[in-house]
Structure formats: C-alpha cells, structure tokens
Design a protein around this ligand. Sequence first.
Ligand code: HEC
Ligand code: HEC
Ligand code: HEC
Ligand code: HEC
Ligand code: HEC
Ligand code: HEC
Ligand code: HEC
Ligand code: HEC
Ligand code: HEC
Length: 292
Amino acid sequence: MRHWLLVFGIALAMVLVPVAPAWAVGGDPERPVRGVDKVPKLEVDRSARIQEHVQRIFRTPHANFADERTPFAQGMCNRCHGAGMEIFFNPEKESAERMNQPCLSCHEEGARRHWHGSTHEFSGLACVNCHAMHNERPRLLKADTQLEVCGACHLDRRADFGKPSHHPVPEGLMQCTDCHNPHGTPGPSKLIGHTVNETCYNCHAEKRGPFLWEHNPAREACTTCHDPHGSIHRPMLVSRPPMLCQQCHLGSHSDVALTGARMDFRVQGRSCLNCHSQVHGSNHPRGFVFKE
Ligand code: HEC
Ligand code: HEC
Ligand code: HEC
Ligand code: HEC
Ligand code: HEC
Ligand code: HEC
Ligand code: HEC
Ligand code: HEC
Ligand code: HEC
C-alpha cells in the first residue's frame, strides 16, 4: 500500500509538471542524461508509463469535473482505485470481481443489465480485459478495432472474418456489437436480438416475410445455412449446394422430370438454386417449391 502511495505521489507530481523527463525518478532534474544508467531500467519504463497513463485520463469522459456522475467529480482517482489507492487493476493480483466492483457501481444499468450471469462474467473477465481507462479511444477500448479487442481471445472468429465471404467488419463498416452485446444479453450467444433471426432482421428485413410459402429452416435459424462471421462459400454459406440442401433433402430428385436430358443439376454453377432460387420463402402463388 505504501508503495502505491509513493507511486501515486510521483504520478500526480508528473501531471502537475508534465515536462518532467522520465529519468526524474532519481529526484534531480539537473542530472545529466548519462546518469540514466544508474536508474534501474524497469523503474524508468514504469514511471514513464504511469506518467502517460495519468496524463491521458484527464482527456477521457471520466475526468469531466463538471459532470457530477463522473469519478473525478466524486473523489477523483480514489473513486476507481479505492480510498487508499489499493485497487490497481492487476489481473495477476486482483480478482475480476474486485476490479469490476468500482466500475459496476456506476455502470450496472443500461447495456450492463445482463452482465451478472453472462458467460464473460462466469469466465472471470474483467472490464479491463476490453477497456483501458487511461487512453483516448472511443468507448475507452483497449485496441483500435473490435476485431482486435475481441480477436485477442476469439481467435477462431477473427479468422472467420478473413475468409472470402464475410460481413464487412474488417472493412470497418460493421462491428461485433452490431450483433452482440459483449456485456451480456438475455438471448443466446450474447445476441442483441432475442433469437438469431431477430438479430438478422434488424438489417435484412426483407427476409422476415411473412411469406405465402415458408421454408422451415429459414424460419428457424439463418445460421442453419449461413455462418454470419464468414465462410469460404459465398454468400457466407456453411457449405455449398447441393450438399447444403442435401443435409435435409435426401434423394436424387429422380421423381422430378428435369428438362434437358442428361442435365446433371449438381454440377451446374448454382446447383439446386438454378431452379429453387427463392430459398428464403416465396410470395408467388406458384412458389410452393421456391422456384419463383
Ligand atoms: C463514479 C462513476 C463512474 C465510475 C466509478 C466509472 N465510470 Fe465509466 N463513466 C462514468 C460516466 C459519468 C461516463 C460518461 C457517460 C456519458 O457521457 O454518458 C462514463 C463513461 C464510460 C465509458 C464510455 C466512454 C466513451 O467514450 O463513451 C466507458 C467504456 C466506461 N465509462 C467504463 C468504465 C470502467 C471500465 C470503469 C471501471 C474501471 C468505470 N467506467 C468507472 C462514470 C463512472
Ligand atoms: C468482452 C469485452 C468487454 C468487456 C469484458 C466489457 N466491455 Fe464495455 N464495451 C465493450 C465494447 C466493444 C463496447 C463498445 C460498444 C459500442 O461501441 O457500441 C463497450 C462499451 C461500454 C460502455 C459505453 C457504452 C455503453 O454501453 O454505455 C460502457 C460504459 C462500458 N462498456 C462499461 C463496461 C463495464 C463497467 C464493464 C465491466 C463490468 C465492461 N464494460 C466490460 C466491450 C467490453
Ligand atoms: C475510471 C476509473 C479510474 C480513474 C478515475 C483513475 N484510474 Fe488509474 N487506472 C484505472 C484502471 C482500470 C487501470 C488499469 C490500467 C488501464 O486501464 O489503463 C488504472 C491504472 C493506473 C495506474 C497504473 C498504470 C500502470 O502502468 O500500471 C496508475 C499509476 C493510475 N491508474 C493512477 C491513477 C491516478 C493518479 C488517477 C487520478 C488522476 C487515476 N488513476 C484515476 C482506473 C482509473
Ligand atoms: C479476455 C478474453 C476475451 C475477450 C477479450 C472477449 N471474449 Fe468473448 N468469451 C470469452 C470466454 C472465456 C467466453 C466463454 C467461452 C465458453 O464458455 O466456451 C466467451 C464467450 C463469448 C461469446 C459466447 C457467449 C455465449 O453466451 O454463448 C460471445 C458471443 C462472445 N464471447 C463475444 C465477444 C465479443 C463480441 C468480444 C469483444 C467485444 C469478446 N467476446 C471478447 C473470452 C473473451
Ligand atoms: C452479423 C452478425 C454477427 C456479427 C457481426 C458477429 N457475430 Fe458472432 N455470432 C453471431 C450469431 C448469429 C451467433 C450464434 C451462432 C449460432 O448460434 O450458431 C454468433 C456467435 C458467436 C460466438 C459464439 C460462438 C460459438 O461457437 O458458440 C462468438 C464467440 C462470437 N460470435 C464472436 C464474435 C466476434 C468476436 C465478432 C466480431 C469480430 C462477431 N462475433 C461478430 C452473429 C454475429
Ligand atoms: C447491422 C446490420 C446487419 C446485421 C444485423 C446482419 N447483417 Fe448480414 N449484411 C449486412 C451488410 C452491411 C452486408 C454486406 C452487404 C454487401 O456487401 O453488399 C451483409 C451481408 C450478408 C450476406 C451476404 C450477402 C451477399 O450478397 O454476399 C448474408 C448471407 C448475410 N448478410 C446474412 C446475415 C445473417 C444470417 C445475419 C444474422 C445472423 C445478418 N446477416 C445480420 C448487414 C447486417
Ligand atoms: C436453407 C438454407 C438457408 C437459410 C436457412 C437461409 N438462407 Fe440466406 N441464402 C441461402 C442461399 C443458398 C443463398 C444464395 C442465394 C442465391 O445465390 O441466389 C442465400 C443468400 C442470402 C443473402 C444474399 C442474397 C439475398 O438473397 O439477399 C442474404 C442477405 C441472406 N441469404 C440472408 C439470410 C437470412 C437473414 C436468413 C434467416 C432469416 C437466411 N438467409 C436463411 C440459404 C439460406
Ligand atoms: C435444415 C434442413 C433443410 C435444409 C438445409 C434445406 N431445407 Fe428445404 N425444406 C426443409 C423442410 C423441413 C421443408 C418442409 C418440408 C415439408 O413441408 O414437407 C423444406 C421444404 C423445401 C421445398 C419445398 C418442398 C415441399 O415439399 O414443400 C423445397 C423446394 C426446398 N425445401 C428446397 C431446398 C433447397 C434448394 C435447399 C438448399 C438451398 C434446402 N431446401 C435446404 C428443410 C431443409
Ligand atoms: C432443373 C430444375 C431443378 C433443379 C436443378 C432442382 N430442382 Fe427441385 N424441383 C424442381 C421442380 C420443377 C420441382 C417441383 C416438382 C413438382 O411439382 O412435383 C421440384 C421439387 C423439389 C422438392 C419438393 C419435393 C419433391 O421432390 O417433389 C424438393 C425438396 C426439391 N425440389 C429439392 C431440390 C434440391 C435439394 C435440389 C438440388 C440437389 C433440387 N431440388 C434441384 C426443379 C428442380
């Protein structure tokens, strides 16, 4: 504790004298640069980092003294770090629960309503796994993009977005949070909609129907046929027709009189879709087999 009080004192001094060089840790600002050799390297690096961190928090929304809801209006540094500056958000030394407590004391409402009981909480994640308080990025995220923030742990999902057919997240046109709330939701897989389909309809409203002729799997879950993160099969299909369709529709379709003798629809470019082009459902009076 005493150690941290010291660090805090130094940190605060550096805010007040922002031009103080990093090697001022030794105490004498007039000391020649050569003397840096005598300061243990770790000390120098750490104080330099702390100086940077502390200066930066003043440029975040948390440092808005005028807004009485902010930590700076409610005891400044101590509001997050504890009355004796005893919480240092060090995942190696402090439990996630302890680190999250000060944050949740202000942020438990709104998007964090379902934090408790979420798989992220259950897995021991802390707010600081994704957020960093002493930086100037929007939403105080730890990295520039969500692909990086989330991809640090979800390597497989990050890889999916590198496949040829994907939602434009790497292009910066969409975010993970267009479909997920990382703080938890009442629905499955932290989806923002109550179901997979409700999430997709937010943007692909035309797939909602209602259709005169419904295709059952499209009603049930878009993810039966699509991987929303990315796939090697366009457009984000989990596999290519005819295999995609033949997971459920067994048989060779031999009872259907196909026009053009010897035409093997399975090797045609669009396979089953050559004829059944309206796989999501049809409103055409004769659309019962999704041909129109
Ligand atoms: C004393 C209350 C308080 C505490 C403690 C607090 N915050 Fe905040 N936080 C705020 C307020 C107020 C805002 C500004 C909200 C606004 O402008 O609508 C904010 C904003 C944020 C934002 C959004 C920043 C942006 O750019 O939009 C994030 C992320 C955040 N806080 C995370 C945290 C985390 C993580 C912790 C714990 C380390 C924490 N907060 C502790 C009150 C608090
Ligand atoms: C798994 C990563 C992750 C964790 C863990 C996480 N957040 Fe966030 N948080 C995000 C992302 C991503 C955004 C940006 C959302 C956006 O831009 O719409 C965000 C946004 C926010 C915001 C600002 C927007 C809003 O929803 O009000 C606040 C405040 C916030 N988080 C607080 C917290 C607190 C408090 C915790 C810990 C209980 C926490 N977060 C844990 C990823 C995370
Ligand atoms: C909104 C909550 C919040 C406030 C207010 C806050 N901090 Fe922090 N502080 C954190 C978190 C969280 C970390 C962990 C590292 C990070 O998120 O960047 C941290 C880390 C630090 C560190 C360690 C940096 C390192 O490299 O290990 C120091 C020192 C520090 N804070 C000092 C201060 C001082 C001094 C103030 C007041 C001027 C202050 N903090 C205000 C949340 C806060
Ligand atoms: C520090 C590591 C870490 C980071 C960063 C992280 N996650 Fe997770 N995430 C996990 C763990 C651990 C689980 C639980 C896995 C399990 O139970 O199999 C999980 C589970 C999930 C799930 C499945 C949840 C469920 O309820 O079924 C989703 C969706 C998810 N994370 C989205 C995100 C998003 C979006 C981000 C970025 C905003 C993110 N995660 C960042 C570690 C992380
Ligand atoms: C277009 C919507 C969409 C976007 C964007 C999206 N996801 Fe998902 N994600 C889903 C859906 C839908 C599921 C549920 C899949 C299922 O039930 O089969 C899911 C499931 C997950 C899971 C749980 C995986 C599992 O196997 O259970 C993780 C983790 C995840 N997403 C992470 C991410 C991350 C990280 C990002 C951003 C880099 C992201 N998602 C962007 C729609 C999306
Ligand atoms: C936030 C809006 C949004 C949500 C939610 C969303 N999408 Fe998308 N979707 C897009 C955008 C934007 C594109 C890219 C369109 C383009 O490239 O022209 C796209 C493209 C697609 C494509 C490929 C279209 C093509 O022609 O290559 C499929 C398939 C798709 N989405 C399925 C889904 C599924 C399934 C879900 C639900 C899990 C979903 N989307 C949720 C916005 C969204
Ligand atoms: C039975 C499998 C299947 C299901 C379930 C399914 N799709 Fe598709 N989807 C396809 C196929 C196959 C294509 C390619 C169509 C083509 O090439 O003409 C496609 C194409 C798309 C496209 C791009 C072309 C277009 O028609 O706009 C989007 C967007 C899309 N699907 C969204 C969705 C959504 C949203 C859902 C859930 C409501 C869904 N899909 C459910 C098989 C399916
Ligand atoms: C997850 C299983 C599943 C997948 C995958 C699937 N379907 Fe279906 N399909 C069904 C079910 C269930 C019905 C309704 C059958 C019924 O009512 O007898 C159906 C009905 C149909 C019908 C109308 C036939 C009828 O008897 O009403 C056609 C045509 C059809 N599907 C074509 C396709 C095509 C083309 C694909 C591939 C793009 C495909 N299906 C993928 C499950 C599936
Ligand atoms: C050359 C056009 C064509 C192609 C290619 C085609 N179908 Fe069909 N399909 C039809 C026609 C026409 C019907 C309606 C037959 C009827 O009215 O009895 C039909 C009917 C169906 C039915 C309804 C049940 C039945 O057998 O009568 C299903 C299911 C079906 N097709 C699935 C598929 C699948 C899966 C593929 C790809 C492996 C496929 N079709 C490829 C033309 C085609």
